[in-house]
Design a protein around this ligand. Structure first.
Ligand code: 7TP
Ligand code: ZN
Length: 331
């Protein structure tokens, strides 16, 4: 018989938000330099700092993060020749980690710690003739990098450095009949790429180009009986998809199309009451990545014990306000 892939929430799952546990988990993450996961994730360290700091900011606990060490680490990761920023010392610069670094310094209001012109030069050098963006010099095209490029430059107030119309045209060339988006023209719709493409259009103020009704339907059909959301039909629910789907629905002004109570239950069930942090599914290992998206998702659902998050930037709303950025939300 046909079985919908889903998880069953057990009765002894966490039903309240364990903020102190999550604050302790993130404050302690990476203190033990020999920790296996910490070593294995050196290649994404800069993004790990963004995920941890943003989660701590949302819990109003960022004072527990080693601010000066983070800022000097970021400065040491900028490549003087290309202007790009790498995930860790000795690694190659990449669009993903250049964005994470700019997001962190924007939250700290310390963009003076890097060569901003160098970052602008690096990001604009990755735009192609068709408006698309490479992730780095090795030439992989993905709509994720279009989003990284416009988000990074908008945080630096430098969208003038790229061809915004061509960037939007490339993203729109990736729109599918279901109103969704994939990584390249013709790629299958996927919640993570939909978030990137809707976010790109939100920053470029081109939300008018979306097939909003079809897209919102595809997004709210991601919700399963457990309350969790998946990234594509027939997939298991995963906490980070809660963020990709809900932030996209927020930009479309249709957040009310999901069952908020059920979704909140799923998110709370993904907490680990022993170690602290959130995991992709109840009972799995927690990590800073899913911890940010659990907290950001609860913020979007209106949990007032967490500070407001901006759905487009996945950063504290107060940072977006300070930078006078106004990403478009559909009316
Ligand atoms: C554990 O296996 C992976 C697989 C992919 C990645 S990833 O870097 O390509 N990436 C982000 C990501 C990070 C983590 C993680 C563990 C510890 C830390 C410390 O900060 O962060 C874990 C998963 C993860 N994934 C994979 C994933 C999430 N949910 C299901 N899976 C299989 C997402 C992945 C892609 C990505 C998404 C958003 C983004 O901003 C950057 C990258 C990382 C670990
Ligand atoms: Zn996930």
């Amino acid at each position: 018989s046909f079985k919908t892939k889903d998880v069953t929430l057990s009765d002894d799952r966490p039903k309240t938000l364990l903020l102190q546990k999550h604050s302790d988990y993130l404050a302690g993450y990476g203190l033990n330099k020999d920790d296996y996961e910490f070593c294995m994730t050196e290649y994404l360290r800069m993004s790990g700092i963004y995920w941890s700091l943003t989660a701590m900011e949302l819990m109003d606990q960022s004072s527990r993060m080693p601010k000066d060490d983070i800022i000097s680490f970021i400065s040491s990761c900028q490549d003087n020749e290309s202007g790009g920023i790498s995930a860790s010392n000795g690694h190659d610069p990449h669009m993903l980690y250049t964005l994470s670094a700019v997001q962190v310094l924007a939250m700290y209001d310390r963009l003076d710690a890097i060569d901003v012109e160098g970052v602008v030069r690096y990001v604009s050098s990755l735009q192609q003739e068709d408006g698309s963006f490479f992730g780095d010099m090795w030439g992989e095209v993905d709509t994720r990098f279009s989003f990284c490029a416009v988000m990074c430059l908008s945080l630096l107030q430098r969208l003038d450095a790229i061809d915004v119309n061509k960037a939007v045209d490339f993203v729109l060339s990736c729109m599918n009949f279901d109103g969704g988006f994939g990584s390249k023209p013709g790629s299958e719709s996927h919640a993570g790429l939909i978030y990137c493409c809707v976010g790109t259009l939100s920053i470029c103020k081109r939300m008018d180009a979306l097939k909003a009704a079809e897209l919102a339907w595809w997004l709210c059909e991601r919700q399963l009986p457990s309350g969790g959301l998946n990234g594509r039909p027939e997939k298991l629910p995963d906490l980070c998809y809660s963020w990709w789907v809900m932030s996209s629905l927020s930009m479309l002004n249709r957040i009310h199309w999901v069952d908020k109570k059920n979704l909140e239950q799923y998110i709370l069930a993904c907490q680990d009451a022993e170690t602290g942090g959130f995991s992709d599914r109840p009972g799995d290992i927690t990590d800073p990545f899913h911890t940010l998206f659990g907290l950001a998702g609860l913020s979007l659902l209106g949990n007032t014990s967490i500070k407001r998050v901006n759905p487009t930037y996945c950063m504290p709303q107060e940072t977006i306000d300070r930078l006078n950025l106004e990403p478009q939300i559909l009316q």
